[in-house]
Design a protein around this ligand. Sequence first.
Ligand SMILES: [Zn+2]
Length: 298
Amino acid sequence: MDALRNVLTRLQQEGAALGHFNVADLVLLKAVLAAAVEVGVPVIVGASEGERDFFGTYELAALVKVMREEYGVPVFLNADHTHSRAKAEEAARARFDSVVIDFSALPFDKNVSSTKETVEAIKAINPAIIAEGEIGNIGTGSEIHETVNNEFRNLSTPEEARQFVDATGIDVLAPAVGNMHGMLESMVEGKSKKHLNIERIAEIKKAAGVFLTLHGGSGTEDEDFVRAVAAGINIIHINTELRVAWRQSLESSLTRQPREVVPYKILPPVLDSVKQVVSSRLKLFNAQPTSDKVRLAG
Ligand SMILES: [Zn+2]
């Protein structure tokens, strides 16, 4: 399998982005893999510290290794939002392909020093590992929120992006560009959408000169995704949309079969529902350039 860095480079040349989907259990993992096979594109499976604690860091790595061979599509594994050097090193030792080093809650200078130290630590374990760093505030928790925190209106600047990349040695930068973790109830109901600052993405891309990740993609307007990829986004994270599909389909499966106790009869509709969300996002992120897309990017 091609290295993650090469796949990111190739997708960037093609005007596509790599879809990143979080998993907390085997149903979600199977759904993401099945969608990648169906659409026929590479994918990144992600697990935050909480998801790794539940799944098992080494267990998840072992399953992905087996499934990557069995399913025959490029599948990468990312340690999402890692808040300590120890947890980052654990993921590197478990042979994750990338680590999101997240000290973004700290003041900028401390974010720089902690990120730099962690980048060096994980590259000492695996020189090929991809290190991502994060600046700005896009909130925490891929769940349903009641209100939007006003701090989300503070976008990352091209200057701080360049300074952060130069000082830390990261391979990928996650900026705040109008994105936000989690979804509002109105977004779950499809009544409102997130909007991205496309101009700022393009400015940050130019200044930072590295791959860019868009976190908190759930609930974003489709057209904004297409324009964000054209402006320089290389990886897009979707989590809450999968969690919403997981819960809604689990509830309806249980309601339809009130006496059923067999997991492999209850869970397939859940897998299928999550797979549909992942497939539709992968198709959007990997849409081949068309005149319509060029118009949107202009
Ligand atoms: Zn995130």
